[in-house]
Design a protein around this ligand. Sequence first.
Ligand SMILES: CC(C)(COP(=O)(O)OP(=O)(O)OC[C@H]1O[C@@H](n2cnc3c(N)ncnc32)[C@H](O)[C@@H]1OP(=O)(O)O)[C@@H](O)C(=O)NCCC(=O)NCCS
Length: 179
Amino acid sequence: MDDLGLADWPPEPIRTERLVLRAPEARDRAAFVELLASPEVNAYLGGPRPRDELERETPEVPERWPGSFVVDLDGAMIGHVLLRRAAGHRRPAAAGKADLGYLFLPRAWGSGYAAEACAAALGWLTGVLPGEPVVLTTQTANAGSMRLAARLGFTEVERFEAWDAEQWLGMWSPPTPSG
Ligand SMILES: CC(C)(COP(=O)(O)OP(=O)(O)OC[C@H]1O[C@@H](n2cnc3c(N)ncnc32)[C@H](O)[C@@H]1OP(=O)(O)O)[C@@H](O)C(=O)NCCC(=O)NCCS
């Protein structure tokens, strides 16, 4: 994956009804470690990483690149939304397209926060890269992620086998300007 290659980063924090999307800061480090060390979060993402390894390797200010949004609820990080360019995607339909990923701490699941944050990130992308479609790959067994993809308006391109599991490739197209 490559980053989106935007010179103008980070943007002003994006405010939704309940959340703020902003660039990562040093105070988010513990939440990043928690996200990547969580067995629940990584159940369909190849498994958790050892916490001691993450503590050693996570930079003081983690994941600061164009398209990497911390999702902040009341001043604390609850999730990470990633928009990258799927340069080497194994499916031709997705290769080179903008790609959405999302990871939320389990205590923040089930409240619509991921949907609210991802919709805002897609809206932001349409503002900076008008007309840009977005792809998303998720395991079909990842029911919460499949529901979220549908809720955001992604539609199925294809299913394929990879990493010992069935994968779902979905695509989202920005709303066409009226008039
Ligand atoms: C995938 C993931 C982000 C989904 O999180 P989520 O909280 O279920 O997703 P949403 O924000 O769409 O929330 C929807 C749920 O909140 C409920 N909800 C409660 N209050 C709500 C509100 N005010 N508005 C909207 N939904 C609300 C909905 O009913 C829905 O419940 P359901 O899943 O039982 O139908 C989360 O499970 C996760 O981080 N998983 C691990 C990482 C991962 O696998 N990522 C995929 C890699 S691409």
